[in-house]
Structures are given as structure tokens and as C-alpha cells.
Design a binder for this molecule. Sequence first.
Ligand code: SAM
Length: 296
Amino acid sequence: SQLNGNSPLKPRYVHVNTLKMDVDSAVQELGKLYKVQKDETVPDLLVMPPGSDLHAHHLVKNGRTFLQGKGSAMVAVALQPEADWEVIDACAAPGNKTINLAALMKGQGKIIACELNEERVKRLEQTIKLSGATNIEVSHGDFLGLNPEDPSFAKVRAILLDPSCSGSGTITDRLDHLLPSHSADNKNYDSIRLHKLAVFQKKALAHALSFPQVERVVYSTCSIHQIENEDVVSSVLPLASSLGFELATPFPQWQRRGLPVLAGSEHLLRMDPEEDKEGFFIALFTKTSKLENSNS
Ligand code: SAM
């Protein structure tokens, strides 16, 4: 069906887990079944024709590759963690971006993967096990409950924040809005839900920025809504700048940027459901080395 995320028109993406396999071997192996190309934006991401079905492929079953959409695969790359850093993945399950971080860090350094939901912690642990990464520590609990002043976070240099969102960037959700059953009651429910999500998203982003040694924070959603994207960024900008952060430009060559509703929207990255076949949003904050810069 074209109404679900498995639309036959949507290219398939496979992320090579470079902890277990090199990209050229994956291209060769998957190329026996389908036409495979390297993605032009994300290293280690392979693009295959719409309809390619790899769920049962041995390279997916054994964790040498993971099925992951392009927007999702861009987030850890935008963060650019160095191999020996300590990094927090704040809302981690099922762990796709956690293992992207592990691969980018070449299995070195340390990743603290925080997840609130007990069932989803199990999925996170399964993903980590399948990936073969050994530098990930799972923290079962509320990210907002982590104390930034706790000495155990003193060396954390980067945070990836991919909080719960409406998921409105997926095709299914978008088309739901066109169905007759989408009544005024539903719309009211949607707006209350979006508001609640945005309240958490803002709190979580402000919390991420408050870890003392953190110099890079990436915020992402698979939502198309301004309230979960630009508005969240806009609300934390005063705090961010008082802490010495500014917006940086992830993937500068990417054409589609944030909605022009705040100063600096050109730094933000959007994927468009029509153009890119999925809706996605990424914002990157980086700390300028001297606080005086922001005061001068
Ligand atoms: N980053 C994940 C990935 O790429 O596989 C997807 C994350 S999903 C969009 C958001 C996750 O945040 C959910 O698993 C949810 O249970 C978790 N979550 C929600 N509130 C949280 C909180 N306060 N602290 C930690 N995790 C939370």
C-alpha cells in the first residue's frame, strides 16, 4: 500500500554497521540481489530501489547492516562525535542512532544510552548486542532526572537528543489527516498532544544544553510540525546563547532548511515528505570556545 511507510515509491536505505563490516563488502553482497548505490549525503548509507525487501536478509539478521531511514541516519553524523569522547544518547530506544554513534566513534570512547520505558530498554539492549558495540552503557530512567553536575557526566562532550515526537513526517500520519474520520475532536486531541510533546522537547533540549562540558548538541524529530521543530529551537535560544552555544549548520550542502520563523533558521535542516519521501528535522548547537564571544 502507498498509505504506509512501506510505500513502493520510497527508496530503501541500509546502514552498514562498520563495526562489523566494510561498506564495499556490503555493496558487493547486497548488489547480488538489488541495484545498490552509496548515499550522497550520509557515509556508510546505501540506497536501494523502492520495494527492496531486506528484512530477512542475513546481513540484517546478523547486525552487519541495519535498516534505517535517511533522516534518522543523518543525526549522529551531524553530531560528529570524536572517537574518544563521552556522549549521551538522551532518548535512545530502539537504539538506531546509538549504534550509529558507536560506529562513528569506531567502538571507542563511551556512550551513555538513556531510555525511560522499560520495554523499550529491552529493545535497546537487543540492538546494542546485535551491533557488537562494547562502548555503550544503558541508563534506564528519565533523561530529565540525570544531574548535569554529577561527576559521572563531567566528561560528556556531546548529546544526541531524539525525543518522542508526533511522527508526522511519516507518510501514514500525513495521509490520516485527509481521512473523513479526522474530526474536530481528533484535531483538538492532536493539538493537545503536540503541545504536550513540545513541552517535553523544550525541557529536554534545555537540559541537554546544561551539561557543563558539552560542546555539541543535536536535536532531531521525525515531525513536520513547526511546534516540535523551529519553535522548540527558538524557545531555547536565549538559554543556549547565555551558555555559549550557537546554531551550527549540519550538512551545509543540503537545500531544505528550517522554516523562516526565527533568526538563524537557515542553519536548521528539514526533510520534506514530498521531495525527500519523509519529513525530518535536525538542529545542531555548538559551543563557541569563549563565552565572551556571545557577550561582545
Ligand atoms: N533515538 C531512537 C532511535 O533512533 O532508535 C528513537 C527515539 S524515540 C523517537 C524516543 C524515545 O524516547 C522513546 O523510546 C521514549 O520511550 C523515550 N523517552 C521519552 N521520554 C523520555 C525521558 N524523559 N527520558 C528518556 N527517554 C525518554
